[in-house]
Write a protein that binds this ligand. Structure first.
Ligand SMILES: Cc1cc2nc3c(=O)[nH]c(=O)nc-3n(C[C@H](O)[C@H](O)[C@H](O)COP(=O)(O)O)c2cc1C
Length: 149
C-alpha cells in the first residue's frame, strides 16, 4: 500500500484545506499520509512505496505560491531521477486569470521531465465555480483512488 506525500502550495489556505481533506479520506481508507507545507526534496522519500501528490494554487501572474516555489527551484537545480515516483496533481486556480492553474501545470511538467510517472489527469479546481474545494475533492476522489488500490 502506498504512503502518500502531499506537497502543498498555498497562499490563502484553500489548497491546504483541500490537502487536509484528501488526507482524511486516504487515512480513512487505510493509507498513510504525510503533508508537506514547507516542502523540501530531502524530506520526500524517493522510492516506489511513496506517491507524491502535489496540491497547489497559482498566485501572482501564473506563479507558484511562496511556500512551494523553493521546492520547484530545488527540483530544477538538483534534477533528481524520479523514475520510481508516481504522482498526481491537484491544481487550484481561478478562470478569471489568464494563466489558469499554471503552477499546477508547471510542476506537472517538471515532475514528468524528471521521469516521474503521472497517475490520472491533473484535477483543476476553479475557485469561482467551486467555492469549497473540499466538495470538489469529494466528487473527484472515488474514481481517482482506484488508481492506487
Ligand atoms: C493575487 C492573486 C493572484 C492569482 N493568480 C492566479 C493565476 O495567475 N492563475 C490562476 O489560475 N489563479 C490565480 N489566483 C486564484 C487562486 O489560485 C485561487 O483562488 C486558489 O483557490 C487560491 O488557493 P490558496 O487559498 O490555497 O492560495 C490568484 C489569486 C490571487 C489572490
Amino acid at each position: 500500500m502506498y504512503t502518500f506525500e502531499i506537497i502543498v502550495g498555498t497562499t490563502l489556505g484553500s489548497a491546504e484545506y483541500a490537502a487536509d481533506h484528501l488526507a482524511e479520506k486516504l487515512i480513512d481508507q487505510g493509507f498513510q499520509v504525510n503533508i508537506h507545507l514547507d516542502p523540501k526534496l530531502e524530506s520526500l522519500p524517493i522510492d516506489s512505496k511513496h506517491a507524491w501528490i502535489v496540491c497547489t494554487a497559482t498566485h501572482g501572474a501564473g506563479d507558484y505560491p511562496d511556500n512551494i516555489a523553493p521546492f520547484a527551484l530545488q527540483l530544477q537545480q538538483s534534477s533528481p531521477d524520479l523514475n520510481l515516483i508516481k504522482y498526481s496533481v491537484i491544481a487550484l486556480g481561478s478562470k478569471s486569470y489568464d494563466q489558469f492553474c499554471h503552477a499546477g501545470h508547471m510542476i506537472d511538467l517538471q515532475l514528468a521531465k524528471l521521469n516521474a510517472k503521472k497517475v490520472a489527469e491533473t484535477f483543476e479546481i476553479c475557485s469561482v465555480e467551486t467555492q469549497i474545494p473540499e466538495d470538489a475533492i469529494d466528487g473527484w476522489y472515488p474514481q481517482w483512488v482506484n488508481n492506487w488500490l
